[in-house]
Design a binder for this molecule. Sequence first.
Ligand code: DQA
Length: 141
Amino acid sequence: MRVAVLNGVNLDLLGRRDPEQYGSLSYSELETRIYSWAQELGLTVRCRQTNSEGQYVEWCHDALDWADGVIVNPGAWTHYSYAIHDALEPHTAPLVEVHLSNVDEREEWRRVSVLEDLAAKRIVGKGPEGYREALEFLAAR
Ligand code: DQA
């Protein structure tokens, strides 16, 4: 099973931004964990991060032809990007929305997810473990 993990804006700053919310792991350490969990589960993962919304949309399109499952953490785009919503809408593969922090208990604007209606599962507030849970969810399908 092939899984695209698409991380968005500002996630490259992990380890240097608000450790109370996002923990102390760097982005590259997070990727290393994701690849090792994927290996344990027998999944082929392609993990990517960008700060460019257009690039993110392109990767959503690429995942249409490649992925059997998609994990997204678009960062702040989650809360307002209808372009990303529409790029993910044609997907028939299951989609999991992951957030390191508990967005449902933070500022009002973070409680809105424009992708929510597309997600087979939403995992928030579990830190890096949220990605493991998302991989397990996809592996079990
Ligand atoms: C985030 C939550 C978003 O509100 C925020 O803008 C991020 C990270 C998370 O993983 O908790 O950049 O998606």
